[in-house]
Design a protein around this ligand. Structure first.
Ligand SMILES: [Zn+2]
Length: 255
């Protein structure tokens, strides 16, 4: 699987511009750490000394053994207070700056899927995903999820629906195996599950459970920002003003 390449002779240039946008968006942020001592084997967040997984991922494993995502791949760390953390909610807020924040997240996801995707699929034990979907918000927003609206037309993958069950706790952050349902058939398929933010992981893992219960063979979660507490002293560049960022890109890629 690869992200849809920008068409025409400008494709290579467009990828260079996307990468530049990603570098600007992630400048000053800590790199996503590899699992190991002090780093959760699932979500790449902090884990207690001597524990392979963080508190939340241990709870998920106890709640839904065998039904969780096969791999969780954060694109970037998003410490509280960073520009990226702001963009992760701003892009779906409808407020001023939402469009630019969305273009930043789109660039991050496309570049990551193109350049890091094969490594992620390998960790999930699959050659490549066969279809894609986003973690539903379940908060009554009309129309497609803002992340789906951003990404769907850019991936060379069929899209599968994933719905929030009526009455489910839309704001809950704990894993709820009954929160979502996958009405279409994903039997035997490897699914790319996209989300914007990973905090506790309960929402994304609830979506992974729904896909596994619907028959998915494998679920690979790619999340734009792994939320972290504020990190003193490393956010000056990550708070760079928008005026320092590259120009909007989406129209250029639409050509
Ligand atoms: Zn974890």
């Amino acid at each position: 699987m690869s992200a849809t390449a920008p068409p025409g002779p400008a494709g290579a240039l467009a990828w260079d511009i996307l990468r530049a946008r990603v570098r600007a968006a992630t400048a000053g942020l800590p790199a996503v750490p590899e699992p190991g001592p002090g780093v959760c084997a699932c979500c790449h967040g902090p884990s207690g000394h001597g524990f392979a997984r963080c508190f939340h991922c241990c709870l998920h494993e106890e709640s839904a053994p065998g039904l969780l995502a096969d791999v969780v791949a954060p694109v970037a760390c998003a410490p509280k207070g960073s520009r990226l953390a702001t963009d992760l909610w701003l892009y779906k807020s409808g407020r001023s700056g939402a469009g630019e924040a969305g273009e930043t997240l789109l660039a991050m996801l496309l570049v990551f899927l193109r350049e890091e995707g094969p490594r992620v699929w390998q960790r999930a034990g699959i050659p490549a995903p066969a279809c894609a979907c986003v973690v539903p918000s379940g908060r009554g927003r009309p129309g497609p999820h803002p992340l789906e609206a951003l990404v769907r037309g850019r991936l060379a993958l069929p899209w599968v629906p994933l719905l929030a069950r009526p009455g489910a706790d839309a704001w809950g952050r704990v894993l709820d195996p009954g929160r979502f349902c996958a009405p279409g058939s994903v039997t035997g398929q490897a699914v790319l599950l996209l989300d914007d933010t990973w905090t506790s992981g309960g929402t994304a893992q609830s979506a992974a459970v729904a896909l596994k219960r619907a028959g998915a063979r494998s679920v690979a979660v790619v999340v734009a920002g792994r939320h972290l507490p504020a990190i003193t002293g490393c956010l000056a560049r990550a708070r760079a003003p928008r005026s320092a960022r590259p120009a909007p890109l989406v129209n250029r890629l639409d050509r």
